[in-house]
Design a protein around this ligand. Structure first.
Ligand code: NAG
Ligand code: NAG
Ligand code: NAG
Ligand code: NAG
Ligand code: NAG
Ligand code: NAG
Length: 341
């Protein structure tokens, strides 16, 4: 593509941006999906923290306990049943960058045994977890968010979170986890309340139509960076509440046309950095945002987006696009933002 036509395309993009002022649906939907994540992050970044100390609510060895906006946070270097005893008012447990020569072993009932009966969030990141017992999180009825990213974790029993009925957010990214094999009917986790699951960079390789069948509440699913390739048309058909799906940084060459036919809530799809060359025929009735940057899309024909006519944000940047049909975006009456850089 010459410099001249590139300029023209950019102009086109700018026009599309200027011409449409109507309400910004993306902003509304995506805010909803990420709200809870940011709330969770706020706990340990708040500035008005005060150190907690009291006779009857002791802060255990190797921990610092603080209060912030009503949350009682224990930040620890390690966990050890027997020597540590937490006050049952602790709501948040944080372990970051723990010494890798002493792997953290999450034995059955460990959090209950430590006295963490009211715990709402557990964040153990950038450490080494030796193993997680199938009942490690048992009895934690207020548990709302768990972040176990980057811990060299290898396996999780499918029923690990089956009894945590309030669990909404689960982050397991950057662990070389075991997932059901191709062709198997096994499921990854039985966790019906979880709404947001991040299993990015987890060495997943295959995703079957059974992998997430016992997580019907999923609204946000991140499987980026897993070298996933071909997918069965039924892969996501049980996830009826799915709003955002991140498939970026995989090895996907094509997607079955009806793979999202049951996902009527799907508003945001990320497929950037996959060797996919077309989204022609893909049916996603309510899609608002499509990120298809750095793919192999070279030609944009007149009907490539006919199955996604409500797109408001379309990112096709970093593609070696050679030709765009003059009717390519004709049906996208809601198009607000177009990136062809
Ligand atoms: C729409 O909302 C997104 C997300 O908040 C924002 O980045 C973008 O600039 C908005 N677009 C317009 C045209 O207001
Ligand atoms: C989980 O922890 C990692 C590492 O600190 C952080 O980057 C990520 O944002 C956290 N995720 C959530 C959902 O809190
Ligand atoms: C994770 O640990 C490594 C060293 O082990 C450190 O360089 C890095 O900054 C840590 N990351 C976070 C998010 O704490
Ligand atoms: C999932 O866990 C629930 C307990 O919360 C249990 O009743 C149900 O049988 C489990 N489902 C499967 C398929 O194991
Ligand atoms: C990704 O999967 C392909 C086969 O689908 C394989 O040839 C390749 O080595 C894998 N890459 C990585 C980084 O695992
Ligand atoms: C489009 O995607 C590219 C990466 O693929 C990113 O750098 C760019 O910021 C995205 N544009 C918008 C507006 O989000």
């Amino acid at each position: 593509m010459g410099a001249r036509s590139r300029k023209l395309l950019l102009l086109l993009a700018a026009c599309a941006l200027a011409a449409s002022e109507p309400l910004n649906k993306t902003a509304i939907k995506s805010d909803m999906a990420t709200d809870t994540i940011f709330q969770y992050e706020d706990y340990d970044s708040a500035e008005d923290q005060e150190v907690l100390f009291s006779e009857d609510r002791p802060c255990p060895r190797d921990c610092i306990c603080t209060v912030s906006q009503g949350y009682r946070i224990a930040k620890c270097n390690r966990l050890e049943v027997g020597t540590q005893k937490f006050g049952d008012d602790i709501t948040d447990l944080v372990i970051e960058n723990a010494d890798p020569t002493f792997p953290i072993n999450l034995d059955d009932f460990i959090f209950k045994k430590l006295g963490l009966h009211q715990i709402a969030t557990i964040k153990i990141v950038n450490s080494t977890i030796g193993f997680v017992g199938p009942n490690a999180f048992h009895g934690l009825h207020e548990l709302y968010a768990v972040n176990l990213s980057n811990n060299k974790l290898k396996t999780l029993h499918p029923e690990t979170f089956a009894n945590n009925k309030k669990l909404l957010l689960l982050t397991l990214s950057n662990n070389q986890l075991k997932f059901p094999e191709a062709g198997s009917h096994d499921y990854f986790l039985n966790a019906s309340s979880v709404q947001e699951l991040d299993v990015s960079y987890c060495n997943m390789k295959y995703i079957t139509d059974s992998t997430f069948k016992n997580m019907p509440g999923l609204m946000y699913l991140n499987v980026a960076g897993n070298n996933l390739s071909d997918m069965d048309a039924n892969t996501f058909k049980k996830l009826l509440d799915l709003e955002e799906l991140d498939l970026s940084d995989n090895n996907i060459k094509s997607l079955p046309e009806d793979i999202f036919s049951e996902n009527t809530e799907l508003a945001t799809l990320h497929i950037q950095r996959n060797p996919i060359d077309s989204v022609y025929g893909l049916q996603i009735s309510d899609l608002l945002t499509l990120n298809a940057g750095q793919t192999n899309i070279k030609f944009i024909g007149p009907s490539m987006f006919n199955g996604m006519t409500y797109i408001a944000n379309l990112n096709l940047s970093g593609n070696s696009i050679e030709k765009i049909h003059n009717q390519a975006f004709h049906k996208l009456v809601e198009l607000n933002y177009l990136d062809l850089s």
